[in-house]
Write a protein that binds this ligand. Structure first.
Ligand SMILES: [Mg+2]
Length: 447
């Protein structure tokens, strides 16, 4: 029987014996992985061009209409030339580029294209981690040899995404996730960039780059560092640890110093659940430090998941939440529901209990980039194990389900009730003005 070698990722008949620094059967250097970061270019705008070829060459802005209070979700590179950016008020975008095509996001349509693109990714590596709707990390250590080199694999992937989805993408290849993401950023748009692989060379490569190129360094952190004369990765590399700790705190100082040297995780979290889960996630435009805002976003996602589950005759037995921090590190927690359920109250209670565990009220200084909620372990019938109070429990469950279904019905008629309507209207949101979350990843890659 053939299986994936846990160490090298290669498909082979027997486990590899590790001898010295080189993996005997695979010829892979132990400990060095090859990570590919792929990012669909100006995704929502590019997706619109696949069905509106007449807009090609024109600035295209996807987001709220310019006469409203909403923001730009994505814009084409033509619009960027006029200074238009994501998360900018649509009104400002219109002032900068009045001849642009403005269009509202069509999440269902983007979801379809995203699903196809992730299908292509999955054909190039069994280790795919979705970062967002248009971004993923692939651990290609074990599949490089099928293509005769990492760059050839990257180019094959780019070519297939364009052919099958009609949109271009940029690819970064490196020994870890941080560097792969920097690589795809440097490759944009429609390119491929391979980062150096030797640690000393990596440090030299990063040295002149601005600190903003690193994860976790937003405008705010960059501003604080600038006050201390730290503007480039070289400044960070050379800064005394004590000084950085005083400025940023101990944990952030050490991770930032590592990042400036190109040191980061190479673990690509693979989704194990396949299509057996229903989940939604939301990416904040800026890292969110307000616990209450993350918590209420989570509740909206839970309500959205509930609506989706109730469309079919199935009841979930497990709930899970996911938080990704500013360093792109992801934590998730799951719990068994007291009984297989599909009502809002059960999902909400589970989500809150898990959230309080991960981010207690006393927890300060956290910055969250993404929050997600999902349910899995579906059953064909509701209810718990036989119990003395079964009738009462059944009646209570049915009452909750009926209430949730009534709310679904009202929402279907466009009435704003309960939770789950407002994520997209918040200022710190990647999708503006749609009433949907950014959860447009295919179920097979959502965790
Ligand atoms: Mg993108």
């Amino acid at each position: 029987m053939r299986r994936w070698c846990e160490k090298s990722g290669n498909l082979q008949s027997a486990p590899c014996a590790l001898r010295g620094p080189v993996h005997a059967k695979c010829g892979i250097i132990w400990g060095v992985r090859t990570i590919l970061h792929v990012d669909l270019d100006a995704f929502f705008a590019s997706a619109e061009l696949t069905r509106h070829p007449e807009w090609r060459g024109r600035p295209v802005i996807v987001g709220s209409p310019p006469d409203g209070r909403g923001v730009v979700s994505t814009c084409s590179y033509e619009a960027r030339r006029y200074g238009v950016r994501s998360a900018m008020p649509s009104r400002t975008a219109w002032r900068l580029c009045p001849h642009a095509v403005f269009t509202r996001p069509d999440i269902a349509f983007y979801r379809e294209i995203s699903r196809k693109a992730f299908g292509v990714f999955a054909r190039h590596s069994p280790f795919v981690e979705a970062v967002s709707v248009d971004e993923a990390f692939l651990d290609i250590t074990g599949t490089i040899h099928l293509y005769g080199g990492a760059e050839k694999l990257g180019e094959a992937l780019r070519e297939k995404v364009l052919r099958e989805c009609g949109v271009t993408c940029s690819v970064g290849i490196a020994r870890n996730r941080l560097l792969a993401k920097i690589g795809s950023e440097l490759a944009k748009p429609d390119g491929l960039f391979t980062m150096p692989s030797d640690p000393a060379e990596i440090a030299r490569f990063l040295a002149p780059k601005p600190v903003g190129i690193l994860w976790g360094v937003g405008r705010k952190t960059a501003g604080i560092l600038a006050k201390y004369g730290i503007a480039t990765c070289r400044d960070l590399q050379n800064a005394p640890a004590r000084q950085l700790e005083t400025i940023l705190g101990k944990a952030a100082a050490s991770s930032l110093k590592n990042h400036a040297l190109g040191i980061s995780s190479d673990r690509v979290a693979r989704d194990e659940d396949g299509e057996k889960s229903v989940s939604r996630e939301h990416t904040f435009v800026c890292d969110e430090t307000d616990r209450e805002n993350v918590r209420s976003t989570l509740l909206e996602l839970a309500a959205d998941v509930g609506r989706s589950v109730r469309k079919e005759a199935r009841w979930a037995a497990t709930a899970r939440i996911k938080l990704r921090d500013a360093d792109f590190e992801t934590v998730s927690r799951q719990t068994s529901l007291p009984a297989p359920s599909r009502d809002d109250r059960s999902f909400r209670d589970a989500a809150l209990a898990l959230f309080d565990g991960l981010w207690p009220e006393s927890g300060k200084g956290l910055a969250v980039r993404l929050v997600g909620f999902g349910v899995s372990n579906f059953k064909a019938s509701p209810g718990a194990e036989p119990s003395l109070f079964r009738d009462e429990e059944d009646a209570e469950r049915e009452r909750r389900e009926k209430l949730s279904e009534a709310i679904d019905l009202l929402k279907g008629k466009g009435l704003n009730v309960g939770t789950g309507t407002a994520i997209a209207h918040r200022p710190n949101s990647t999708v503006a003005g749609t009433g949907e979350s950014t959860s447009i990843l295919p179920p097979s890659i959502l965790t």
